[in-house]
Design a protein around this ligand. Structure first.
Ligand SMILES: Cc1ncc(COP(=O)(O)OP(=O)(O)O)c(N)n1
Ligand code: 3NM
Ligand code: MG
Length: 537
């Protein structure tokens, strides 16, 4: 996520009104308000429908819609525009021009389109083909079709693979993020959603001549299918939830994960109601606010988790009841030799920009030197050298995770720490059962560029809630990034087992006029069990 936003973000929903209250504008307003954004709503059509049938769609004129835009644009400026039901070709053209204009004045504006074509009770909301919709589709940043809608947008009616459909939709229309929802797929056990996403391009001006398969990444999330009759408006709610999370600065992978958790949470809540009512009933999806419980969150499907699914849990840190506490991350033998005598439980050697020859020599000397101390020495990045020279553990970042041989690290008996930044990466890394998980960057830091990935305390708490409730099954968590002496107690009070710091120690002289050794003692005192107990009361 980006820096904590103080003012409530605003989203607009441009969509139809469903008089039965399940879908459309009603769902969008309930969803958005429950998730902490303001929602302005521009109604494209008044529909006449109930839980059995769609009777009519009564389009609103583009002149009226434009008047609403004119009064709102400076007063309630949106950061995301969510589009649902588009009633006719005139509205397609108007929306395409509107998005084009608004993006010129605000290149960070995002547009999310949830195609609303067929009513789930039967009947069509409009007679628009993909070709008719093309001017609008070419202006979008995000689209959230179900499998059937994806087939038609991709022009591949016999294709069932979400990955291929999403890629084709991107190629056809240049939409940066394509989420194919699996809610209507044939899989009876799981509902799998797939997101094809162009990195760094969300909200950026579209560049037609760029290689359209470059820098693409995909995310896949699975949840158990839930049998409930209260699902009317689930699709609208998903797209609006996604919009609300994006408006609050979450990256696509986390907004996608949170939106799916939001849907699962609502479906779970209505399961008992569904059992009480007969089979014919079609009730409104239940919007339940911010998803917090681990049981609502999806499983991350990834090649990595698949590859290592048989790998046993990594060795624990063997703390024998001690608190992990302060975790200095240092970049040289000089710092290692200065800090090891201070009786720390854990330390990390994070070397950057040295030659291979120097690197091996430094790592060998560090491991040799650390042998005389109880402190657990983790080597950042260089897992082969850590194995070769018998370090206590290795710390691996997300970028290196794909290439690292986790089985080799485990067979060599090393502990493993993994960096995560937000709920998606945390859920993925948790499946690998490392010795600890790091979450960062909690605050802005000058040690490393963490733009767009600043978590804040609230997000840290939310991610911590994704651990199993049973304490003995929880993997210890280390918080990192911008943690100072002043901020340390608040961070530890969230329930993390450790705080990792670089500059709070290495720059203690200039920031606080104290020696690094003194900073270590002060930080240890600030996060001692006693200090945290005082803070929690
Ligand atoms: C405890 C801890 N957490 C996170 C990191 C960051 O590791 P990584 O993502 O590998 O980034 P670099 O440190 O290599 O820049 C860490 N080192 N330690
Ligand atoms: C090395 C590092 N990794 C981070 C992550 O979030 O993964 S934040 C970070 C920098 C930590 O330095 P400081 O304590 O000086 O802010
Ligand atoms: Mg690293």
């Amino acid at each position: 996520m980006t820096n904590v936003i103080k003012k409530k973000p605003i989203i607009w929903t441009i969509s139809g009104s469903d008089c039965s209250g399940g879908a459309g504008i009603a769902a969008d307003i309930k969803t958005g308000h429950g998730l902490g954004v303001e929602v302005c709503h521009l109604i494209t059509a008044n529909t006449v429908q109930n839980s059995q049938q769609l009777v009519s769609v009564n389009a609103v004129s583009v002149e009226l819609l434009q008047q609403q835009v004119d009064v709102l644009i400076d007063d309630k400026t949106p950061s995301v525009i969510k589009i649902g039901l588009v009633a006719n070709a005139e509205q397609v053209q108007w929306l395409a021009e509107l998005l084009g204009q608004l993006k010129q004045s605000n290149p960070n504006l995002l547009s999310v389109y949830d195609p609303v074509g067929q009513a789930s009770v039967g009947g069509s909301f409009n007679a628009l083909s993909s070709t008719d919709l093309t001017p609008l589709l070419k202006q979008l940043d995000v689209i959230t079709p179900n499998l059937n809608e994806a087939k038609s947008l991709a022009g591949l009616l016999n294709e069932n693979t979400a990955a291929l459909l999403a890629q084709k939709i991107y190629q056809n229309f240049g939409i940066t993020s394509v989420i194919v929802k699996g809610g209507h797929s044939a899989d009876e056990k799981f509902s799998n959603d797939y997101c094809y996403h162009q990195l760094n391009q969300l909200s950026a001006a579209k560049q037609d001549n760029q290689d359209k398969t470059q820098m693409a990444i995909s995310y896949q999330l699975a949840s158990s299918r839930i049998d409930t009759h209260y699902s009317h408006g689930g699709g609208c709610s998903f797209a609006t939830a996604l919009s609300a999370f994006l408006a609050q600065g979450y990256l696509m992978r986390d907004a996608f994960t949170l939106a799916k958790a939001f849907i699962t949470q609502g479906l779970m809540a209505s399961e008992p109601l569904s059992q009480e009512n007969g089979h014919q009933y079609y009730g409104a999806f239940e919007q339940q606010g911010w998803p917090k419980k681990a049981k609502c969150f999806p499983q991350v499907i990834s090649e990595l988790a698949n590859k290592y699914q048989e790998l046993p849990t990594f060795k624990p840190l063997a703390l024998n009841g001690e608190q992990l506490g302060l975790y200095p991350v240092i970049d040289s033998l000089y710092w290692l030799k200065r800090l090891l005598p201070l009786g720390l439980e854990i330390i990390q050697l994070r070397i950057k920009n040295v030659t291979n020859e120097q690197l091996e020599r430094i790592i060998v000397e560090a491991i040799e030197f650390a042998k005389d101390y109880k402190t657990r020495l983790f080597i950042n990045d260089y897992w082969q050298l850590a194995i070769k020279h018998g370090a206590y553990g290795v710390h691996i970042g997300q970028e290196d995770l794909q290439d690292a041989d986790l089985a080799a690290i485990q067979q060599a008996g090393l502990r493993l720490g993994i960096s995560t930044h937000g709920c998606y990466e945390f859920l993925l890394a948790q499946q690998l059962q490392p010795s600890y998980l790091a979450i960062g960057a909690i605050f802005p830091t000058k040690t490393k560029d963490m733009t767009g990935q600043i978590q804040g305390i609230d997000n840290l708490k939310q991610v911590l809630a994704l651990r199993p409730t049973e304490k003995s099954q929880q993997i210890p968590v280390v918080a990192i990034g911008g943690i100072s002496l002043e901020r340390a107690p608040k961070v530890l009070a969230t329930g993390v087992e450790s705080i990792a710091v670089v500059t709070a120690i290495t720059e203690a002289e200039s920031s606080h006029g104290i020696t690094p050794e003194h900073a270590v003692v002060q930080l240890q005192n600030a996060i001692s069990a006693e200090a945290i107990e005082v803070l929690q009361h």
